[in-house]
Design a binder for this molecule. Sequence first.
Ligand SMILES: Cc1ncc(COP(=O)(O)O)c(C=O)c1O
Length: 423
Amino acid sequence: MTPMRTDLAYAEALDAADPLAPFRQHFSFPDPALIYLDGNSLGRLPAASPALSRHIVEHTWGDRLIRSWNEGWFDLPERIGAKIARLIGADADEVIVADSTSVNLFKLAVAALRQQAGRTRILTDDLNFPSDLYILQGAIDLLGRGHRLEVVPSPDGIHGPVDGLTAALDADTALLTLSHTVFKSSYTYDMAQITQRAHAAGALMLWDLSHSTGSVPVDLHAAGADLAIGCGYKYLNGGPGAPAFLYIRRDLQEALHNPISGWMGQANLFAFGLDYTPAPGLRRFLTGTPPVLSLALLETGVDVLLEAGMPALRAKSVQQTSYLIDLWEAHLAPLGYALNSPRDPQQRGSHISLGHPEGLRIARTLIDELNVLPDFRAPDNIRLGIAPLYNTFADIHTAVQRMAQVVAERLYERQPKSAAVVT
Ligand SMILES: Cc1ncc(COP(=O)(O)O)c(C=O)c1O
């Protein structure tokens, strides 16, 4: 008998037919029963990373010591940047790994605002990651040139305010910066459309790719994007605090100046000249010594993604998020869960937010009692991050069954109302 779409057997049949299923072996599963749905926040440990970190510590640091800088460490930011470039439609010399996403945003935003002298408006939306807004506020304060940050509201808290942004763009707009895939609802902008509209107004366009890289196909060249940043510890599986990356379109690189000009971005750093001369190309956007251990570990995660390929990953991501939405409709909507992500797969990334008035206590119950690990974003979003490299259809089915159980059996009532923070 053919299983119903809502049966576990159906999920297992999808897993059996999944061409990416073998990629699970590239990750570590110390607790095989744990259903991990937070790869959009901290990706799983790649199976190759423990041996690599031991090699770096014991051999390249312990044995080779300072010689390792000339034996590969020095070039790591460019070498791994070149690999990330292949995931986001950029050329090898347009992406470099450096610092954190926040610091990279600061560098690129300040550089862009200086380049756009005479224009004073910075546009973003209220779905953007709040830290991005804090960084922009700090940049405005530091520059002291009367810039204003304007936050265009989403029409419904889920979809990006495309019309509002389009209407707001004008000849005084210096910079438009948005998260390509937004952290709460998972809404994904049409990058080419928005970039083209920013350019039509003479604004520079800066994309935060943190929730897109490794989950949503990104083609920065096709979109004509100017600038981008993104983080290394989500779908890139680089590990906690993995360094981030930045992208600058090649023809802009020499025109932009790194506001945190340090010796790693100096043209001839070992000449130790007393005046700063920026290195050619993207190296000028480096600042200080990179964190070699976590930088090197980023490569294992990126290599697995490159091997799987973005088209196959995206196909599975869409199939899995659509499957999750089908199950939500059948099992969770009747229990008061709301879909807080777009229904149109073209407009969403690889996580799904489900809202519930008891969202926080439900999330805590799933984590503490039912071995399902999502995260929670106020006011009521349980975020279910699906990483197609290692999440199965059976994971999704079981997680939905347990989310239904928590509400049907009122298991969440055992949790205190002011439960500890869920990251
Ligand atoms: C969309 C987005 N931008 C920026 C950040 C901040 O990144 P970082 O802590 O590397 O500065 C995050 C962190 O989760 C994020 O999700």
